[in-house]
Structure formats: structure tokens, C-alpha cells
Design a protein around this ligand. Structure first.
Ligand SMILES: [Zn+2]
Length: 272
């Protein structure tokens, strides 16, 4: 067996690769050991996933949505107490949701003690990460989703490792080659949106993804994290084909087109 990213022999690797990091709420979307070798698995955790997960806007998202990290912790968030005092807020999810607020000065502490209507304001619009922090993260997830789909096909993984048309995106993810790899990002639904599951429960979708193949036979990977859609081209550092596709499809998301259209029609928007 060879590794999807470095192509070296990976037999004997023991790490399970999480396609989307566990710290974004993924428990079950994984690749068996060896599809990504231990060295690449470790590299991605430190150099590709961590910079994305620790970006201010992603940490704020994880805080607001109480998404636990692998170690069961929600990252803290910086906010302003009564529009004046900087504070750090922490959430605890064990045994029900609870929180604490750390203040830096006695003045702020006094304010909390004396004002019953104290409130903490968190920045509303933290710009999303940009550049190679995102594109390398997307490139990694994109290839792993292909591997996930091909994993049970006898020659599928061999094909993926050997196919040269994936070398560009492979080396962007693993080595940072092709410094700039444009991608598309937009919000397609509110991060708090609830969906109704089949058994009538209200659920929140943390992430969802799919592969779009356009009629020009360009392949795009589409990842939605709490309503924010990220799209990257598998074949080349270009996004024009996706922009054309959007134009032809009334700006719908590929995740909610065609085979998924039913999902869109059948799930009432219970926020409205
Ligand atoms: Zn490797």
C-alpha cells in the first residue's frame, strides 16, 4: 500500500486519517491506516489543519457553536464586556453547557459584580481565513474525499496515487507547491440553521461535502462548514469554471442540486 500524498510505501502505518478534523465535529468520516501514511498524517495535523482551526474566525465559529476539539474542549473567545473591557470567555460542555468569563482588570470585575445587565459582545464579522491556509486545507480534504469514495474499489486507490493529474493538488496540500490556489467561498445558509431529520429531530449540520463534475469535465470539491461553502478545483489553480457553473445554475450550491434537490425541498426551514 502506498500513501495518497507522498506515494511512499505506507504498509505498517497505524494512524486513522480524519478527512475533516475531529475538532470540526467529525467522528466518522475517516480513512483506514495507510491510505495516508503516519508521516503525512502528522504533517497535516501540524502544518495544514492547525493553522486553519486556529484562525480567529474558525475559533470563533467553534466557540459560538460549542464544537469540541479532539480533547473535548471548546476554544475560548475574546469579547468585550459592556463595550468596554476585554474579556476571555470559556465554555465547558461536560455535563451540560456552562461558561466562565476571565477579566483582566479590577475595574472590569467590579462592572460584572455591580451591573446586572452586563453583557459580552463578540465580534460579529471576523474575516474568514484566506490564501494558502484555506487552499491547502481544502486540497487535503478534497483528495481524501476522493480516496474515501474509491477506497472499496479494488484499483481505486492505486489509480489515485498514480494519476498525474492529481499531482498538482497533491503537492499543494502536502508541500505547499503552487503558492496561490484560488478557491471560491460564500455563505449559503446561516451558521445556526436547523434542519429536520427523518425522525423529526432538529439537527444542525456541522459540515457536508460533495464532488461536482461540470459538463466541461472539470472536477470541483465543495465543502460546507456551518453554512459557509468552500469550493476548490481538483485539476488546476483556477476557479473560473465554477463561476460559470454558478451562473448557469442560478447560484445554487452543488450540494443542493440534482440528486440532493429533494433534500432541499423536503426539509422545512424551521428558523423561518
Ligand atoms: Zn505520506
Amino acid at each position: 500500500m502506498r500513501c495518497l500524498f507522498c506515494k511512499k510505501i505506507s504498509t505498517g502505518s497505524t494512524s486513522v486519517e480524519h478527512i475533516v478534523p475531529e475538532s470540526l465535529g467529525n467522528k466518522s468520516h475517516t480513512l483506514r491506516p495507510g491510505i495516508v501514511c503516519d508521516t503525512c498524517n502528522n504533517y497535516f495535523a501540524r502544518k495544514v489543519e492547525r493553522p486553519f482551526l486556529e484562525h480567529e474566525s474558525i475559533e470563533m465559529l467553534r466557540f459560538k457553536q460549542s464544537v469540541e476539539s479532539k480533547k473535548g474542549k471548546v476554544p475560548p473567545a475574546k469579547g468585550l464586556l459592556n463595550f468596554k473591557y476585554p474579556v476571555t470567555a470559556r465554555k465547558y460542555t461536560k455535563g451540560g453547557l456552562a461558561g466562565t468569563v476571565e477579566v483582566a482588570t479590577d475595574e472590569a470585575l467590579e462592572e460584572i459584580m455591580n451591573r446586572k445587565d452586563s453583557m459580552i459582545i463578540f465580534p460579529d464579522e471576523v474575516p474568514l481565513p484566506s490564501g494558502s491556509i484555506v487552499s491547502r486545507f481544502l486540497a487535503k480534504v478534497a483528495l481524501e474525499v476522493l480516496a474515501q469514495r474509491l477506497a472499496n474499489h479494488p484499483d481505486g486507490l492505486e489509480y489515485l496515487v498514480d494519476e498525474e493529474q492529481f499531482d498538482l493538488i497533491r503537492n499543494h496540500a502536502r508541500k505547499g507547491e503552487t503558492a496561490e490556489w484560488p478557491f471560491h467561498v460564500r455563505q449559503i445558509y446561516d451558521e445556526n440553521k436547523s434542519w429536520l431529520s427523518k425522525n423529526g429531530q432538529s439537527i444542525q449540520l456541522m459540515f457536508e461535502y460533495d464532488i461536482l463534475v461540470t459538463k466541461e469535465n472539470e472536477w470541483y470539491f465543495v465543502l460546507v462548514l456551518f453554512g459557509t461553502e468552500f469550493t476548490i478545483n481538483y485539476g488546476a489553480p483556477e476557479i473560473e469554471g465554477y463561476l460559470s457553473w454558478l451562473k448557469e445554475n442560478d447560484n445554487e450550491s452543488p450540494l443542493y442540486k440534482g440528486k440532493n434537490a429533494e433534500k432541499m425541498n423536503n426539509i422545512p426551514d424551521i428558523n423561518e
